[in-house]
Design a binder for this molecule. Sequence first.
Ligand code: NZQ
Ligand code: ZN
Length: 388
Amino acid sequence: MLNFKYYSPTSIIFGKESTAGLGAQLSPEIKTVMFHYGGGSIKQSGLYVQVFSILKEKGVKVIELGGVEPNPKLSLVKEGITLCRENQVDLILAVGGGSVIDSAKAISVGVKYDGEVWDFFMGKAQPQSCVPLGVILTLPATGSETSPNTVVTNEEGLLKRGMKSDLIRPVFAILSPELTLTLPEHQTFAGVMDILSHVFERYFTTTGHVDVTDYMCEGVMKATIENAYKLRQNPDDYDARAEIMLAGTIAHNGILGVGRLEDWASHRIAHEITALYGTTHGVTLAVIFPAWMKYVSEEQPEKFVQFAKRVFDVSEADFRSTAEIANEGIRRFEAFLTEMGLPKSFKEAGLPSDQLDLMTEKASIFGALGGYRKLEVSDIKAIYELAL
Ligand code: NZQ
Ligand code: ZN
């Protein structure tokens, strides 16, 4: 196990009707709030009216900025920065999924920075301060409600890039599972895939003696898979929604990655697909992960054998070699994706296959990827090809 420092300052308010607790999160110093949201789902569900009335009741001035698109764009972030500066906003309240939260995070650090906010995404600067953030989550997937990350797309050059800073971990996150009952099937299961992928990025490691976090990862994976099946049967199952929501937060608040080398190659590889085609984040992960698993397990099957046995209950006795056990685990994972209605390849996702060189070039712009196995340019291209 590696040495580590763990930090997760976000207050989590979890449970049925927990949105009503928003008022209690707003200290008297908060005079002006920017209410940031997406394309309208919160208006349809009634959440918009509820949040507005709580903010009004608290007597805070509300600056509204809606219109965050899935895979949030830099241009709206810049608009938000200007609005926050003009109105001296004390708190940004993000109400929505990962895209709204990420847009809010980028605004929060951009407000306090004299240069271009995009500098943070290109590694040219690190934020020194930010406007505090609060979150009401409507889509369990990205874990952005407690994570130190934000991912934004610069329309110029279609660059989808992330940045990381503990400063942008939200101050509070309200997680009310019933808000997720309105999710379309597609978003529910893309979210499930994203949750699993955040565990995979940490679970598949070469660091030894990480029993505690291995078992924690396996527990989160098993609970996510079990409850995804329940939601496939009955999307109105509140308890299954609650389990998935908790899994989404735990999967990406950093606790599962402590003391181990993480990977993250698949996320980088998948982001280039979304940057070009706007594909839902979880869908691109479903396309890339089986290919990544097949590619890296060929030389390093050990962790995949453990995955097969502990997560998908593959019995060692039924197979002759470690490679066969590893492959059976990957096969069962692929079967799960199919049962969740998720595509496992470019073809199944209806994606064109003629931009692999461009995607490879963009994915490798900062050099080799990955921790479980280092991936050079030729490996990245091979993974895209395997995913066709
Ligand atoms: O915009 P509205 O109208 O709200 O509709 C959204 C959007 O169309 C809809 N939706 C959200 N909650 C709903 C709902 N519809 C009905 N009922 C509800 N309760 O769902 C659509 C997708 O929303 P979005 O926020 O884009 O999805 P998600 O939460 O999956 O976020 C994806 C973004 O997060 C990034 C991804 O790359 C992508 O840009 N990620 C952020 C991470 C982080 N900050 O830590 C880590 C992740 O790995 C990921 O990269
Ligand atoms: Zn993700």
